[in-house]
Design a protein around this ligand. Sequence first.
Ligand code: BTN
Length: 254
Amino acid sequence: MFKPEEYDKILKTQKLGKNCISFKQVDSTNAYAVNNQVAPFSVVVSETQTAGRGRSGRKWESDSGDNLYFSIVLPVEDPAKLLPLNIIMAYALADSLKNRCSLKVKWPNDIIADGKKMAGILLETSISGAKVEKLVIGVGLNVNSTEFPDGIKEMATSLKMQTGSDFSKEEVLADIMKELEKYWDDLDGYIKKMPDMWKNYSAFLDKKIAVHKDGVKTYYLERGLSGSGCLFVEDENGTVSELVTGDIGYDFSS
Ligand code: BTN
């Protein structure tokens, strides 16, 4: 059970995550944050979700109380910062967990260990004109789960599966808030450094990747990250292009 009082006691941020809205069960922490008046810098966390949302309209399995499901509301107005924020959130997650487990990022924002997915990130926004009205960053992080449903168990992992140890969800969440606040406090500076930092975080730099886009799978070599957070990929003819959307599959080898 996630204990908000314990989380409050160990949280070391100035503002990020100080207001914690905690549920035993909710449909989706992202949906709650998008549809309700939730102050900027708040975090919404739930023990389980009945309708957890994943990227590209997929479902996020959220029945297990052993994992973290949370959403952060940030005051971001510029739509150009959305893709970079996906990457920055992934960096913050990897940083906050690095003392527990060695993690890499799979573009744009899956956190992987040993070739399997440990966390996913879903940004949701309401946009008015050219401005973002509300930005919600949702994170599902497999902490202490050791079993996953059919269909995802081949590609899912957790902190516990990687290390053999149980972790305090309150400590893990407090550490994530601390790392994200570090990035937030110099967001423009970190967005500038983001492409260079990719070299240390990417799981597949200069490796073969299968890109799934509009139902088509294409193999490329991953060649780095652009200043706007797009992925440079090289096709079999040596032509490099920028990937703005799409998914890198978990089918790495064939
Ligand atoms: C992905 O598909 O990789 C993104 C998954 C994001 C899941 C999290 S769980 C907390 C938050 N609430 C949701 O409904 N989705 C996100």
